[in-house]
Design a binder for this molecule. Structure first.
Ligand code: FEO
Length: 401
């Protein structure tokens, strides 16, 4: 367990899930993930910070056994989601003296989700502290990152922030700390997009609160630990800022090639105008990559054909997801081709009420695109270029690494 020690008496005891490829039956995990749990030992008390996904309980218990942990006084539970709380019942069976330390909302959720005795809880308030003997844990409630009960723990003496899902990344690696900065940056950005972006406004205020703390190390519940907190704090500041990048995303579906021809034309027109553009063929796209690019793209153009009297179902699903993620997109439009009519534009627009973007004139055509249609797409590109210039948006500076 030597390589599991973060600082003297503080250990990583969680599990790496190398093989997991899907989360929530929705989010692709190309790099696997980890469920990080930490053991903090004081002179008088021992605290376990979070547990692991129920499929990895044996690994957690094995790590505690390797460390010869015979007694756990507290199990700090930041978040009721089962990838961190799911092992609680078995850990409590092995360590019956342990008390689950959490907030009232999380306690209620744990009682709803898991077979735990209500007597085994200690309920704490925001800002409360817990003395372990020479080490003090301070609890900070940060609701909506990404559930309403979420909280984090700050170790006062060593200034370590145990940040739960906040600042995490779905990334399996054997190194405890960030060792591949570019890979971690991309994984953390993707994780932010998939999990945190819908709560961007809450996160901005939480970042302000955390800025009042001196933080030497951030230990999240997924992915590597940050020994240089500015790496991830600067990235979050950039991702959550109102500023957007000079970039157009085109999620598209095409059945017989007409919509594809329109997309190809729009891509070329935007390239000619010096605007970076990314088409995503939705039925073949890893939606996590689309989500990641939604973090800062200025413009999104939806491109779809019609199936029967509405948009292609794959695009309906993509629009539902885009709406749920609440990206800070400034401009949007819809292009596509129909065979005999219907109300696709209105249907897709109605699916995205959370997109607080200016909707630009759609290009919606019958059958294959012809010269006039290509001119309309060139005009749309001109309009996008003007809109980007008007709001003075540029590609963001790369964060310090
Ligand atoms: Fe990693 Fe929201 O659980």
């Amino acid at each position: 367990m030597g390589n599991r020690e973060i600082k003297q008496g503080i250990y990583a005891v969680g599990a790496i899930d190398w093989d997991r490829r899907l989360f929530d039956e929705l989010i692709p995990l190309p790099d696997g993930t980890s469920y990080n749990a930490y053991l903090v030992t004081g002179e008088k008390k021992v605290a376990l910070i979070d547990t692991v996904d129920p499929g990895k309980t044996r690994e957690l218990i094995g790590h505690l056994a390797e460390l010869q942990i015979n007694r756990i006084d507290y199990i700090i539970t930041h978040h009721a989601e089962q990838d961190h709380s799911g092992s609680l019942p078995e850990v409590l069976e092995l360590y019956p003296e342990a008390k689950v330390v959490t907030n009232e909302k999380c306690r209620q959720m744990l009682l709803d989700l898991l077979p735990i005795n209500a007597e085994q809880f200690i309920t704490i308030k925001d800002g409360a502290t817990l003395d372990l003997g020479g080490r003090t844990l301070e609890f900070i409630f940060l609701p909506w990152v990404h559930w309403p009960e979420t909280m984090v723990t700050y170790l006062l003496e060593e200034q370590v922030l145990f940040s739960c899902d906040f600042f995490g990344s779905h990334m399996a690696q054997s190194d405890l700390f960030v060792s591949a900065p570019s890979r971690t940056y991309e994984a953390a950005k993707r994780y932010y997009a998939e999990i945190m972006m819908p709560f961007r406004i809450n996160i901005v205020s939480h970042l302000k609160r955390l800025a009042q703390k001196k933080i030497s190390c951030i230990a999240p519940s997924h992915g590597p630990i940050y020994s240089d907190p500015s790496f991830i704090l600067d990235a979050y500041a950039q991702w959550t800022a109102d500023k957007v990048a000079n970039k157009v995303l085109i999620p598209f579906v095409s059945m017989h090639g007409s919509t594809r021809k329109m997309v190809d034309c729009l891509v070329e027109c935007l390239q000619q105008r010096g605007i970076p553009v990314m088409p995503f063929n939705i039925p073949r796209t890893d939606v996590g990559e689309l989500a990641k690019e939604l973090v800062d793209a200025a413009t999104v153009i939806i491109a779809s054909p019609m199936v029967l009297a509405g948009a292609h179902p794959a695009m309906v699903s993509a629009c539902y997801l885009i709406n749920a993620l609440r990206p800070k997109t400034r401009f949007a439009s819809i292009i596509g081709s129909f065979g005999w009519g219907g109300k696709m534009i209105e249907q897709l627009q109605a699916l995205m009420p959370n997109l607080k973007a200016e909707f630009l004139e759609p290009v919606f055509i019958k059958g294959i695109p012809r010269e006039a249609d290509f001119r309309s797409l060139a005009n749309l590109s001109d309009l996008i270029a003007r809109k980007h210039e008007q709001v003075g948006i540029h590609a963001p500076e790369a964060p310090k690494r």
